[in-house]
Design a protein around this ligand. Structure first.
Ligand code: DPM
Length: 360
């Protein structure tokens, strides 16, 4: 019998979400998938504005709060005003507040970045844009990599939600193009605006880009049991590994850190990279780890009192192989340690200082 600690799945699960169109699309998509697992389960969506939504005039990296989009929602979660939050996993910091855990990692959308052009430049690619063309992005990760590969381009901050950004591109003259995550464009049904998908040799993606996740309190094991049925095993292993990279590098979600990961039945192959803000320096490391045959499914029902509820990179998956998750976590931190030894420590320290300077 479940004791009080284990909690219960509430009759109506209250889902916290940011108010932006993308956030609501993601929240509803996750609810829809949960509803397929249990058609009788009821959900209520509760929306709120976060600091990241209200500050629209400064680049994210210059505001200097790691949990920009998550703090207010997490407060509501801690106070039991809501039961779960749907996030873009890439917006969650590597270390969650005490008592919070990631219980669901949905099948990853295309994790790459995309080029979105203004009508004037239709038909071009990053390589064929005229010299001096202005790329709209506030991501230090994107800017550093593109400065390396496309030195003919210039960069300018662009803020606001996806709708605002596209409007700025289409109605203003400031930008020749934007760089946006394919996943966000896809969810907003704007795939037709994608002119080029940036492969890793041009621009590696942000840890956990393209994956939606659910955050809950770590105490309600019945709720965790239910939500974790939605885990996509392959995405889960990638994200455990990618979050371990971030954590060991101590790079927040606004650090110039990028990665690439590939999971097959037999191995995870993982690349991590850190860049100086001007793109002149880069430390990159690739390693693989063999997955044992039992990599994915543990199959048997998790018991609330064993260590099935242990988190890897703050992700808990009671039904899946802990050996595989541990291997993924170790791979991410090992790649990070080699990077630190090879100079990523100095590069990231300098980037952090520079970002702090800009804030003044
Ligand atoms: C984070 C970054 C950005 C978002 C930084 C980065 C982009 C900020 C910008 C951590 N979160 O990627 O280097 O370009 O100014 C965000 C987007 C998505 C989740 C939009 C986007 C898309 C959906 C997903 C904002 N968060 O990156 O184009 O990846 O699941």
């Amino acid at each position: 019998m479940a004791d009080k600690m284990d909690g219960e799945v509430p009759d109506v699960i209250r889902v916290g979400s940011r108010k932006s169109e993308l956030a609501l699309i993601q929240t509803n998509a996750v609810i829809e998938r949960l509803q397929k697992i249990n058609p009788d389960q009821k959900f209520e969506v509760i929306t709120m504005e976060t600091i990241g939504d209200t500050i629209q005039d400064k680049p994210l990296s210059s505001i200097g709060i790691t949990s920009l989009f998550t703090k207010e929602l997490e407060k509501e979660l801690a106070a039991d005003k809501i039961d779960m939050i749907v996030h873009s996993l890439k917006d969650l910091p590597a270390v969650l507040p005490d008592g919070m855990i990631i219980t669901t990692v949905c099948k990853r959308d295309d994790p790459h970045d995309a080029l979105v052009l203004s009508a004037k430049h239709s038909g071009r690619t990053l390589e064929t844009l005229p010299p001096g063309s202005v790329v709209g992005t506030s991501s230090v990760r994107r800017i550093a990599q593109l400065k390396r590969k496309c030195p003919h381009l210039e960069f300018k901050d662009v803020r606001g939600n996806l709708n605002t950004r596209l409007r700025k591109l289409d109605t203003g003259t400031d930008y020749a193009c934007l760089i946006l995550a394919v996943a966000g464009l896809h969810r907003m049904a704007w795939e037709h605006r994608i002119s080029q998908i940036l492969k890793p040799d041009i621009c590696m993606y942000s840890p956990c880009q393209g994956a939606m996740a659910v955050e809950t309190k770590s105490s309600n094991k019945q709720l965790i049991q239910f939500l974790s049925k939605l885990h996509d095993p392959s995405t889960l292993l990638q994200c455990v590994c990618e979050r371990a990279l971030l954590k060991t590098l101590e790079g927040g979600c606004s650090a110039p850190v990028a990665c690439h990961s590939l999971v097959t039945d037999s191995e995870i192959k993982f690349t991590g990279a850190a860049f100086s803000l001007d793109g002149s320096e880069c430390v990159e490391e690739t390693q693989s780890v063999d997955l044992l045959e039992d990599a994915f499914l543990k199959q048997e029902q998790a018991k609330p009192d064993d260590d099935s509820f242990k988190g890897y990179s703050s992700i808990v998956a009671p039904h899946l192989s802990h050996k595989a998750m541990l291997a993924a976590e170790n791979l991410g931190s090992q790649v990070a340690r080699v990077m630190l030894k090879n100079g990523a420590d100095k590069i990231l320290e300098a980037a952090k200082k520079e970002i702090e300077e800009r804030r003044k």
